[in-house]
Design a protein around this ligand. Structure first.
Ligand code: GDP
Length: 427
């Protein structure tokens, strides 16, 4: 049985916590896209961790953590991350890395920085992890697959060829120091040594696992609105954030993905630039940011304060639809317990007309939120374990949003811990 855990919005919905929780009953957890540019925050018995490349199941002894072919693999970052968890007493996780995954090169990170510098105020708000240059090279067919590290002649020829082309840009566009192919080759030899113990034919491994009826979790990074096709282009990421891409980025048949758990946060947050219709500002935003998540809404990778907003039914309904949602996990609901009234964005007004369909970016820029105000519940709901025990206004908030989304909310997360979850039977 293959399940996907993905985000409905801009990321940071709490996917890490939901994956970590579901990983208890899973055998294999797979990252299928993205790289070390975003992070999951996980709180468990070992402490609090920010993971960037490793899947959220690494804390269990019984799971295998897989880095699929769709991932932007930063080898030194992966090594550091493994060390950071084992240093805190987590048993060495079982990790497999696809021989078809491609490698984030040191120059991808440089090009990311140089391009942001060049664009100045018009930049995309990149995390400068090399993700956009990495995926550009992958599709321009000048990327390096993990398997290629083990073919010395190819590696030597390719590093020379790639440096030649990159150096033209470095010299004439960016006016920066040039790459030395010999040094690059040495770096790649180091990468080869580091990654060798983990390399695997992941799609064959998963094929066997699926036939043996193992439970496989596909863990998405970011959310629908950051998808390069269906998101708020160009303020998107460079790999698909949709569950459908799980089939490609892990190498499994699409029909094997039987459950798609789309994570929606009870309010909105976003990082980086781009239209954000239900955004709030000033003291109202500061308070939600301070109280949000587990210790405030700040980027797990960059520490940047996140932009805050009310729950956006238009964006989330669209986000759930594109994911192919079977279940919604509604998270971080406990945070809203301080509010007397909770505004919810139920429509977008664009050029005087109200719509509930999420528009293309040019129209999105013009959208104004249509808000509906729901009563708050003014209680701390952490520790509650059954739906019936939730305050009435809290249940009404959930049911209102469920109706607007059109997808069943089957899990409600009311705290950062593994056990802070309320299952709701929808049968
Ligand atoms: P992800 O990238 O989707 O995994 O999300 P992040 O890890 O960036 O953000 C989720 C943050 O919210 C983390 O700090 C989690 O520990 C925290 N979190 C997750 N679920 C809940 C919840 O139900 N309540 C609270 N208060 N915090 C939560």
């Amino acid at each position: 049985m293959v399940k996907a855990v993905v985000g409905a919005n801009w990321g940071d919905e709490g996917k890490g916590k939901i994956t970590d929780m579901l990983a208890k009953e899973a055998d294999i957890i797979v990252r299928f896209q993205g790289g070390a540019n975003a992070g999951h925050t996980i709180v468990n018995d070992y402490g609090k961790f920010a993971l960037h490349t490793l899947p959220s199941g690494v804390f269990y002894g019984h799971t295998t953590s897989v880095i699929g072919n769709g991932v932007a693999l930063n080898i030194p970052v992966l090594m550091e991350e493994i060390k950071s968890i084992t240093d805190k007493g987590v048993p060495a996780p079982k990790i497999l890395v696809s021989d078809r995954a491609q490698i984030v090169m040191p120059y991808h990170i440089l090009f990311d920085q140089y391009e942001e510098e060049r664009l100045g105020g018009k930049s995309f708000g990149s995390t400068k992890s090399g993700i956009a240059p990495f995926y550009s090279d992958k599709y321009a067919k000048t990327g390096f697959q993990v398997s290629e590290l083990f073919d010395e002649a190819l590696l030597k020829e390719k590093t020379e060829r790639v440096c030649e082309a990159k150096n033209v840009l470095l010299e004439h566009l960016y006016h920066k120091p040039l790459l030395d192919p010999r040094k690059l080759l040495e770096t790649l030899h180091g990468y080869r040594e580091m990654i060798e113990p983990f390399v695997c034919d992941v799609s064959s491994f998963l094929d066997r696992a699926v036939k043996e009826r193992k439970t496989v979790l596909l863990e998405g990074q970011l959310g629908t609105l950051k998808d390069p096709d269906h998101g708020i282009y160009p303020m998107v990421t460079s790999s698909s954030t949709l569950a459908a891409y799980g089939a490609i980025g892990a190498g499994i048949p699409p029909y094997e993905i039987r459950q798609i758990i789309t994570v929606c946060k009870a309010y909105s947050s976003a990082v980086g630039a781009g239209a954000f219709v239900s955004e709030i500002f000033g003291e109202e935003a500061d308070e939600l940011r301070r109280r949000g998540g587990d210790g405030g809404e700040y980027g797990a990778t960059t520490g940047r304060p996140r932009r805050m907003g009310w729950f956006d039914c238009v964006a989330s309904k669209y986000g759930c639809r594109l994911q192919g949602t079977t279940d919604v996990a509604f998270t971080v609901l406990d945070v809203l317990g301080y509010l007397d009234e909770i505004p919810v964005c139920v429509g977008y007004e664009i050029d005087g007309e109200v719509t509930t369909e999420f528009p293309v970016t040019a129209k999105l820029e013009k959208a104004k939120p249509v808000l509906e105000i729901l009563p708050g519940w003014k209680t701390d709901i952490r520790g509650i374990r059954t739906y019936e025990e939730l305050p009435e206004n809290c249940r009404k908030y959930i049911e209102f949003i469920e109706e607007e989304l059109g997808y069943p909310i089957t899990m409600i997360s009311n705290g950062p811990g593994r056990n802070d979850i309320i299952y709701r039977d929808k049968d």
